[in-house]
Design a protein around this ligand. Structure first.
Ligand code: IPE
Ligand code: IPE
Ligand code: MG
Length: 225
């Protein structure tokens, strides 16, 4: 039986969720942050799940209107400060991935603070992908190895990535069928699930159903049954 040890989610559909209710897009991001909490708590109570890697802000999301970007940065800062207690309560270790050098000093300090304060937690690892893009991650890894005397191996490259763990189950909410530069190397053999539900409407029960379906899939990794 398959085990969904590493689940990655492209949390998409916040803006549309808000617009459908005649609200501003940012209201969708606020609602989406609550779902992050619900899904993280659910995963932390499921010992089979070791890692949950959530796409929160992509290297391409800087193209959005300045006010939306600023709102997302503030929301992230408040979310992390408020959730610290929840991380600790649920024994969740927080590990950001992505190039956070682009963020403000305040936000970087909050990210480091939560990372340090949860470093001893040995339950679920929750990674938020922050200013993350797979191509950017691969380029940074390749550049760090470019002076290597030996030929680069897959293991060497993987060790330099922000996320060093293969994804078992990759979910995208919001109805689109694309990866939007997310965990391209790590998802080489991931099972992909695309659901129409907009992220703010996604519930722990929806994840549970996907995990049940995932469990029944025959994963061959290029081999035979
Ligand atoms: C995903 O929701 C959250 C982020 C990219 C930060 P969107 O903001 O992309 O919502 P839609 O896709 O426009 O509905
Ligand atoms: C992907 O969603 C990024 C995050 C969920 C953070 P986008 O809404 O940015 O993706 P595209 O632009 O539809 O591909
Ligand atoms: Mg979107």
């Amino acid at each position: 039986m398959n085990q969904a040890k590493h689940i990655a989610i492209i949390m998409d559909g916040n803006g549309r969720w808000a617009e459908l209710q005649g609200k501003k897009r940012v209201k969708g991001h606020e609602a989406g942050a609550k779902v992050v909490k619900e899904i993280t708590t659910y995963c932390s109570n499921n010992p089979e799940i070791e890692r949950l890697t959530l796409y929160a802000f992509s290297t391409e999301n800087w193209k959005r209107p300045r006010l939306e970007v600023e709102f997302l940065m503030k929301l992230l800062n408040t979310y992390l400060k408020n959730e610290l207690a929840v991380y600790l309560q649920n024994n969740v270790r927080f590990e950001p991935i992505g190039d956070i050098r682009a963020f403000s000093k305040t936000l970087r300090e909050t990210i480091s603070m939560v990372q340090e304060k949860t470093a001893h937690c040995d339950g679920l690892v929750q990674s938020l992908a922050l200013n993350y893009g797979s191509q950017d991650e691969l380029l940074r890894a390749i550049n760090s190895l470019k002076d290597s005397e030996e030929d680069i191996t897959a293991q060497m490259l993987s060790n330099e990535l922000d996320c060093k763990h293969d994804v078992d189950l990759l979910i995208r909410t919001g109805g689109d069928h694309r990866l939007s530069n997310y965990l391209l190397w790590q998802s080489a053999y991931a099972e992909l699930f695309f659901v129409d539900t907009l992220w703010p409407d996604f519930k722990a029960g929806d994840l549970e159903k996907i995990i049940v379906d995932f469990t029944g899939i025959e994963r061959r990794f290029g081999g035979l049954k």
